[in-house]
Every structure is written in structure tokens, then in C-alpha cells.
Design a protein around this ligand. Structure first.
Ligand code: MN9
Length: 291
């Protein structure tokens, strides 16, 4: 098994002028992040606009990323979908492509019962030979999984851990304490230090795409016990994330990458492009803080 702890950018998806996935820009993004010392990548998640991609595009994204990364870094494929069948199919593609783990958001929209949600996860792990990382993101999925529910997964060997995009740090800590061998990723970049303090083993995040070096450093400082240095970095990245939240996180992240010379395009509709005013505000705030 490859390195599971540490810093994992949740890769953005670049779109070209023709509206298709821009493979060259994706490769540049990945190489830049490998140079910055990330531990792996989270592929086809919320940040990748997974639910705005066609089935074919999602499948081709798994293979593009694997082709670029090879065996150099740990790859986690987010395979979540509303339908169990569809999710299992993505999981199979990830397995064939040689991914290290799969991850899934809870099935959403239909307000499935907790039993139905549990069955969704168990059906998927029954059908592939890859460990599962449960993606807990109540703000987007509408499904809040506490430590009891997460524990029902974590006690099973086929579940590797949790991507915890929630500010319920008590739940995070309960999971880590009850299942110390499982991997818990912090999901909100703006609360990375809080997550690490409560037991997270690393983070999966969207803002890492363009500032991974800051999170690599924050993580190292935390591990070395240099809490004030870690806090200083958290404060600095939070100035950036606060600005991103005002203009639209993914649109803003793509605009920053464009400014760094990567041809990222915008986000898919119904996401709207950045206004000129928001673009200016974002760059004025963020660029002075990026090395
Ligand atoms: O992957 C990301 N979550 C979402 C985790 O995009 C919903 C985070 O990295 C956030 O984008 C980030 C800004 O709120 O923390």
C-alpha cells in the first residue's frame, strides 16, 4: 500500500475552449503539485465538478490521471453517484485503472434512509477489490454521518477511512480514537489545523490545487509540534479562502491557476463565470500572498 497520510489535492478539472477536458492543463497541474511534495490525489470529487461531467468524461478522467501519475503517488478515485449501479461501475473502472482506493459521497437527493445509505456502501465494496474512504460532506449531500454511523463502516476491513468535510470535529476525534488504524482526512482546508489537532492524518482539499506548498508546510510544522508556525500558515491561507468563498471557490481557484499560467478555463454551467470586479478583488487579495 502506498502512502495514505498527508496532503492530497482534490483535483480541479480544466476545460478547454471547446468545452472538453483539457488534458495538457491537467498534466501541468499534476506535475506542479508533485514537485510541491503532495502525497497523492483525489480524483473526480466535488472539486472536479464530478456531477457536471458525463459518464464517459468521468471514466476518462480516471484514466487520464492514472496515465499522468503512474505509480508515483497514491490515487483515490471518488466514484460517488446517486445510483448504486452507477457508482459500482465507476469503482470497477478505478480498479481496472490501478487506483489505490475508492471514495464515495453518500447517495443524495432522494433522502435515502440510513439503512439504504449503508447498503449502498456495502454493495460497492462487495463488488470491487479496493478499500473505501467514506466521504462525509453533510453541507452538500444533506446526509450527516456521525461517529456511530461512520464506525459501522470503519469496523469493516474493507473501509480504509473517512474524508471528513464537516466541522463536527468531535465526530472526527471519536472515529480516530475508536479506530486509530484508520485514515481520517480533514476536508475543510480553512480548518485544517483544527482537524489535525483532533486526530486527522492529513487532508484532501481543493485549495491545495494552487497552494499545496502551504499545506505541505502546515502539516510538517504540526507534526514537528510547531503549533504557532502551523497557525501562522493557517491564518495566511484563510485570507485566501475567505476571498475565494466570496467569489465562488472553484471559479476562483481556476482563475488563480490561469493567472499562474495554466490554461484552466472556467467552471461548467450552471456555475457562472467570475465578474470582472470579483476577479480583480480576488487577484488583489490573493496574488501578494502566493510566492
Ligand atoms: O474537498 C473541499 N470541499 C468542497 C474538499 O469543495 C465542497 C474543500 O477543499 C473546500 O473547497 C475548501 C473551501 O471551503 O475547504
Amino acid at each position: 500500500m502506498k502512502q495514505l497520510k498527508g496532503i492530497f489535492p482534490a483535483l480541479l478539472t480544466p476545460f478547454g475552449k471547446d468545452g472538453k477536458i483539457n488534458e495538457k492543463a491537467l498534466e501541468e497541474l499534476i506535475e506542479m503539485n508533485i514537485k510541491k511534495g503532495v502525497d497523492g490525489f483525489y480524483v473526480s470529487g466535488s472539486t472536479a465538478e464530478a456531477f457536471l461531467l458525463s459518464e464517459e468524461e468521468r471514466k476518462s478522467l480516471y484514466s487520464m490521471v492514472k496515465q499522468i501519475v503512474g505509480d508515483r503517488k497514491t490515487l483515490i478515485a471518488h466514484i460517488g453517484a446517486v445510483s448504486t449501479e452507477q457508482a459500482a461501475e465507476y469503482a470497477k473502472v478505478a480498479e481496472q485503472e490501478g487506483y489505490d482506493a475508492i471514495s464515495s459521497v453518500a447517495p443524495f437527493y432522494y433522502k435515502f434512509s440510513l439503512d439504504e445509505i449503508k447498503q449502498y456502501y456495502f454493495d460497492i465494496v462487495d463488488r470491487v477489490n479496493l478499500p473505501m474512504i467514506v466521504y462525509n460532506i453533510p453541507a452538500f449531500s444533506g446526509v450527516s454521518m456521525g461517529a456511530d454511523t461512520l464506525g459501522e463502516f470503519l469496523r469493516d476491513d474493507r473501509f480504509l477511512g473517512v474524508k471528513h468535510t464537516s466541522n463536527d470535529f468531535f465526530a472526527l476525534n471519536n472515529c480516530k480514537r475508536m479506530f486509530p488504524d484508520k485514515i481520517i482526512y480533514n476536508g475543510y482546508d480553512e480548518m485544517m489545523l483544527a482537524g489535525l489537532s483532533m486526530g486527522a492524518d492529513g487532508g484532501i482539499g481543493s485549495t491545495y490545487n494552487f497552494m499545496a506548498e502551504k499545506f505541505v508546510k502546515l502539516y510538517q510544522e504540526f507534526q514537528a509540534g510547531n503549533l504557532s508556525a502551523a497557525q501562522h500558515i493557517q491564518d495566511e491561507v484563510n485570507v485566501i479562502i475567505q476571498a475565494l468563498a466570496k467569489v465562488g471557490v472553484m471559479q476562483g481557484e481556476k482563475a488563480i491557476l490561469c493567472e499562474m499560467g495554466l490554461d484552466f478555463g472556467g467552471c461548467r454551467k450552471p456555475f457562472a463565470p467570475l465578474t470582472a470586479e470579483n476577479h480583480r478583488y480576488l487577484m488583489d487579495t490573493v496574488l501578494p500572498l502566493l510566492g
